[in-house]
Design a protein around this ligand. Structure first.
Ligand code: UD1
Ligand code: CA
Length: 420
């Protein structure tokens, strides 16, 4: 988006989190709050992003990808002062500025896109998001005149008794014409109660100047949430978790119990795959179509399941690939394993992949049959259509040839029963 620059306010201490970690580095579904906000702006094709840092700035800087600019707010004197500290980065810029708070990461791309469209189409000096909340506690409130025109944003501590009932709140997401923004910022006075400069005071200044101010009301309460406490963070995690599941369901994945299913954002799942309750799928996992997963299954990073694979009760799959129609139905662990197609992994199979020093690989070829309670001590290979008898312990490097049958501890080759 040309002629648009974005500022993210991320300098605050986040005192209410009661944490040693800066607030904006707290994670939602494995990603920091700040990176969510950055991702949203990038999805709008705004390239120029300036993050205002202050509290623990060097720690936060390390987490940022290349190309994201930062400025330091020297003293944490409020949201207006934070924007002012980015001014030098916008010298001579005559365009539109999007301002977002790093602690308000639940907006959708669509919502912010609508804000930008409203702003551009109406040629407004300022446009911002509001939400009408039953519990507006903690948010700035929108004061309007008799014609419903915005007069000011009033912070909670400054509400008069007449204003206590206002339910329309400020979401901290604004578009400004840069000239209007900085000329209004120059006029802001310190808030005497908090000893801070409030960005929200810009609105009253612009309203008095009679310039064009637009608001866009969002009616999704799940987006209307700033994160100030651990409780808010837990709620945000819930919201994002359900969004991920909804996206998968839209694509034809069956999720039996969304309340107990945890799937990382980047996981891909094919249609008609059924996910049973209490399943956890970590990031960097690919799952094909028509699979059956869980209940009580944990699929960890760098794993993949091909089409029609079945992984059932109490199974863990870690850095492993599972082939088409392969079944692992009960109580098993696969780590660093590459399993072919049509393999049967019996109940209680374990790959002993860690020797105390290194993680070692296991290969199981197509159509192999791993008997119940087999332990495969890696590195080891089980050949095509080979069989391990129940209770076998296959020692490391004692590869099982194609079609061989092994049994015992340590497992030795025994004659294969004649096919019936
Ligand atoms: C702010 C708004 C409020 C709005 C709410 C929405 C102001 C004065 N109030 O309140 O109207 O309803 O957000 O979530 O703007 N920050 C800095 N430097 C500072 C202070 C804050 O960068 O000196 C950053 C924080 O890191 C945070 C954001 O600005 O990301 C908002 O600050 P916070 O103190 O959380 O404001 P709220 O009280 O939530
Ligand atoms: Ca906040």
């Amino acid at each position: 988006m040309k002629n648009f620059k974005a500022i993210i306010l991320a300098a605050g201490k986040g005192t209410r989190m009661k944490s040693g970690i800066p607030k904006v580095l707290h994670k939602i579904q494995g990603k920091t709050m700040l990176s969510f906000v950055i991702g949203l702006i990038q999805s709008l094709k705004i390239k120029d992003i300036i993050v205002v840092l202050g509290h623990q700035d060097s720690l936060i800087k390390k987490t940022l990808e290349k190309g994201i600019k930062t400025v330091k707010q020297k003293r944490l004197l409020g949201t207006a002062d934070a924007v002012m500290s980015a001014k030098s980065r916008l010298a001579n810029f005559n365009g539109e500025v999007l301002i977002l708070h790093a602690d308000h990461p639940l907006f959708t791309r669509e919502t912010l896109n609508n804000l930008i469209r409203t702003h551009i189409n109406n040629k407004s000096d300022c446009s911002f998001l509001t939400a009408t909340l039953e519990q507006p506690k903690g948010y700035g409130r929108i004061r309007r005149d008799n014609y419903s025109r915005v007069e000011a944003i009033v912070e909670e501590t400054d509400l008069t008794s007449a204003e206590q009932d206002i339910k329309e709140t400020n979401m901290g997401a604004y578009c400004f014409k840069s000239k209007s923004l900085f000329s209004a910022l120059n006029k802001i006075k310190i808030n005497q109660k908090k000893k801070e400069y409030y960005l929200t005071d810009v609105i009253e200044i612009l309203a008095k100047d009679g310039v064009k101010i637009e608001t866009l009301n969002i009616d999704d309460p799940n987006q209307a949430m700033g994160i100030n406490s651990q409780e808010d963070l837990a709620k945000a995690n819930q919201v994002m978790r359900l969004r991920v599941l909804e996206d998968l369901m839209v694509k034809g994945v069956v999720i039996i119990d969304p309340l107990t299913t945890h799937i990382a954002r980047d996981v891909s799942v094919g249609k008609d795959t059924v996910i049973y309750p209490f399943t956890v799928i970590d990031s960097d996992v690919k799952i094909g179509k028509n699979c059956s997963i869980g209940p009580f299954c944990h699929i960890r990073s760098k794993s993949s399941l091909s089409d029609s694979a079945v992984v059932g009760n109490f199974t863990e799959i870690n850095r492993s690939k599972i082939g088409i129609k392969t079944k692992m139905k009960h109580f098993s662990y696969l780590g660093d394993a590459t399993v072919g197609n049509d393999v049967n992994i019996g109940a209680g199979t374990i790959t002993a992949n860690y020797d105390g020093k290194d993680k070692n690989p296991t290969y199981i070829k197509d159509k192999a049959f791993i008997g119940s309670d087999t332990i495969l001590i890696a590195p080891v290979k089980v050949g095509r259509a080979a069989i391990t008898a129940a209770g076998s312990v296959v020692a490391k490097n004692q590869n099982v040839p194609d079609k061989a049958v092994v049994a015992g501890v340590p497992a030795k080759i025994i004659p294969r029963r004649k096919e019936k």
